[in-house]
Design a protein around this ligand. Structure first.
Ligand SMILES: [Zn+2]
Length: 270
């Protein structure tokens, strides 16, 4: 994951190939790359996007989706200094933390899930392709959602739910219940936050609700796969050039991974 994944960076083709290879190495029976293009509402042109999807246990009778975005933002437009607005966001938290957890979950999920439960890992592109006030974010999940609704991805359409991770590496991690998630799948929200409580992971706050956030989970839900988002939106370096590794706590990544793993395993043991 060391090569750039910044939107518009020509080097990202290597990152995309490496991520697809990574999914194969971790046991995906089938890896799809869905290429398309979307425009920057800010007027810098069209961007080539590629969703990377790995399917695990294609013949399983039950399945779910585990997802995150892998792209990082080319515009640090939350910087106070306008001269930095066209600098790339390193994306240690925003675009990398979720990716790290999702990839590391594959092996323990395969080890612990009943054999009749499979899953698809969806790595969304273009989540960051958008502009404040102009919108246009989440172009990868919008596109994939339309394709799912159009019947072109039956394995994804068969998913019983989706869990999307974004910005889960903060040192002072606090995951509120996000309103769109609660509306999409209240039982799953209750289960995940309840599992965190049972595990003693107090970074999951079941008592506070955040406003609805536009993230990739919304477009999976719209495509008929009720999906929830795990995000800590209170992050000082959001869309700034200091979204760097120093701000990431490996313990936060481990705790989120543990909660997601236990939640999914226990969901299917009920
Ligand atoms: Zn972002």
């Amino acid at each position: 994951m060391t090569r750039p994944r910044t939107l518009g960076n020509p080097e990202r083709t290597h990152s995309i190939a490496a991520l697809a290879h990574d999914l194969e190495t971790r046991g995906a029976e089938h890896v799809e790359r869905i290429a398309h293009a979307a425009a920057d509402p800010g007027g810098t042109g069209d961007y080539a996007l590629v969703e990377i999807i790995g399917h695990f246990r294609e013949d399983a009778g039950h399945r779910f989706i585990l997802a995150t975005h892998f792209d990082t933002r080319p515009w640090a437009d939350e910087e106070a200094d306008p001269a930095l607005h066209d600098s790339a966001v390193p994306g240690a938290n925003d675009g990398t933390s979720g990716l790290a957890v999702v990839l590391e979950l594959i092996e323990p999920l395969l080890a612990r899930l009943p054999t009749d439960v499979g899953f698809s890992v969806v790595l969304f592109d273009g989540e960051e392709l958008g502009r404040p006030t102009l919108g246009g974010y989440c172009m990868g999940s919008r596109h994939l959602g339309e394709q799912i609704s159009g019947g072109r991805h039956p394995l994804l359409a068969a998913a019983e739910f989706g869990i999307v991770l974004d910005m889960v590496g903060d040192i002072d991690l606090r995951l509120l219940v996000e309103s769109n998630s609660l509306a999409a799948h209240p039982a799953l929200v209750e289960h995940v936050w309840g599992t965190a409580l049972a595990l003693g992971v107090d970074a999951f706050d079941p008592t506070t609700r955040s406003v609805g956030i536009i993230d990739d989970h919304k477009f999976l839900t719209s495509a008929g796969i009720p999906s929830i988002l795990l995000i800590d939106r209170q992050y000082a370096a959001w869309h700034r050039v200091d979204d760097t590794i120093e701000r990431i706590d490996p313990g936060s990544l481990a705790r989120v991974g543990m909660v997601v793993l236990e939640s999914v395993v226990r969901w299917y043991e009920r």
